[in-house]
Design a protein around this ligand. Structure first.
Ligand code: PHE
Length: 356
């Protein structure tokens, strides 16, 4: 009777344990079930502990059933654990899945800014004629930017209105008229002097670079812009060489159908000096709004190197002659692509830049 009760109790305990294990929704709950039945203070453990107080003839049968129930419960728990682990793995795989068949996300590839494209094109034309590329600092000494270019201290270009002065940290006292003698270069022409100081003729160079002037931005002025300087120093260089070189450049840059014209002009560092115009590409030279009715568009300044500049730069003016020119990259880009406002080059609006 007692034996009956014990084994029934064990079996019913086993059934409820198996049911609870099968119903466990996660590993923590399942472990709690294991502890509740099979742990040190578990209900099945308590029954097994009570075996000792049974009469000896009942013990084997009750012990057999108890072991059977424990084995069943353990295997139910193990099976459920495996199920839950498989489910967890499945969920993780689903959550972390990468669909390798999806097309890749394309990052928009940038490209060279229109101004740099134009600078490279211009430089390439002169490299094709055998010129080398030179460069100089954007933060320049007053000496190279003005004085050595035959532009004396009282020249208006040196005024605070026209030039950005930089605080002179060199500690030297050679400031001009009490001002700093360090400037943001106003043109690339100081590279002429630096090259002549450091190289012996024959010199054939182009020098692209950024320049700065205190201009209020408007359609045809920006306080920062790019120039390409050219310098040739050799024996027997004439104004004819300058003219032929620039005509070749214009044809390469703007096309064979464009005409050029050279007008007298003044620059302190060239003598004689000139400006070069190219015939308007929009009206073909008849006159329109783009060329302000003249049929011509100014593209550069040039001239024969002034012997005074040779003197400052240490070149023998008796033996050598030379020419120089300087052009604005923004201006040339604008003329090339009929862009009416130079400010767009500095605005980084990709809707504009993407077109080139
Ligand atoms: N540096 C001049 C300017 O910025 C251009 C120039 C260069 C003129 C070389 C003559 C010779 O306007």
């Amino acid at each position: 009777m007692r034996q009956m009760r014990m084994t029934d109790e064990l079996r019913s305990l086993g059934r409820s344990g198996v049911a609870e294990a099968e119903a466990a929704d996660d590993l923590a709950t399942l472990d709690a079930v294991r502890v509740a039945y099979l742990g040190k203070k578990g209900s099945l453990t308590a029954v097994l502990r009570g075996l000792g107080s049974l009469p000896s003839e009942e013990r084997p049968e009750v012990g057999r059933v108890a072991n059977e129930v424990r084995a069943e419960l353990e295997s139910a728990i193990d099976a459920r654990r495996a199920e839950l682990a498989a489910k967890a793995l499945e969920e993780r795989v689903a959550a972390e899945a990468v669909d390798v068949t999806l097309p890749g996300r394309r990052r928009p590839a940038g490209h060279v800014h229109l101004i740099d494209q134009v600078v490279r094109e211009i430089v390439d034309i002169f490299v094709g004629l055998g010129y080398r590329v030179a460069s100089g600092p954007e933060v320049e000494l007053d000496w190279y930017n003005f004085t050595a270019l035959n532009t004396p201290p009282d020249h208006p270009a040196r005024s605070l209105q026209d030039t950005f002065y930089v605080k002179d940290l060199s500690g030297d006292r050679a400031a001009v008229a009490g001002e700093s003698d360090v400037v943001l270069r106003t043109h690339t022409s100081p590279v002429q002097v630096r090259v002549m100081e450091s190289a012996k003729p024959p010199i054939y160079i182009v020098a692209p670079g950024r320049c700065y002037r205190r201009d209020i931005p408007d359609p045809s002025h920006t306080p920062q812009f790019n120039q390409i300087e050219g310098l040739v120093v050799d024996e027997g260089i004439t104004f004819g060489d300058l003219k032929g070189t620039l005509e070749h450049f214009v044809r390469e840059m703007f096309g064979a159908d464009r005409r050029t014209r050279i007008r007298p002009h003044f620059f302190g560092f060239t003598e004689p000096s000139a400006e070069v115009d190219v015939s308007c590409g929009i009206c073909g030279g008849h006159g329109c709004r783009f060329c302000k009715g003249t049929g011509w568009l100014e593209i550069l300044g040039c001239g024969m190197v002034d012997p005074n500049v040779f003197g400052y730069a240490g070149v023998d003016a008796e033996r050598y002659t030379g020419f120089a020119f300087g052009m604005g990259a923004e201006r040339i880009a604008a003329l090339r692509h009929d862009i009416p406002d130079l400010r767009v080059f500095l605005e980084s609006d990709v809707r504009f830049l993407r077109q080139f």
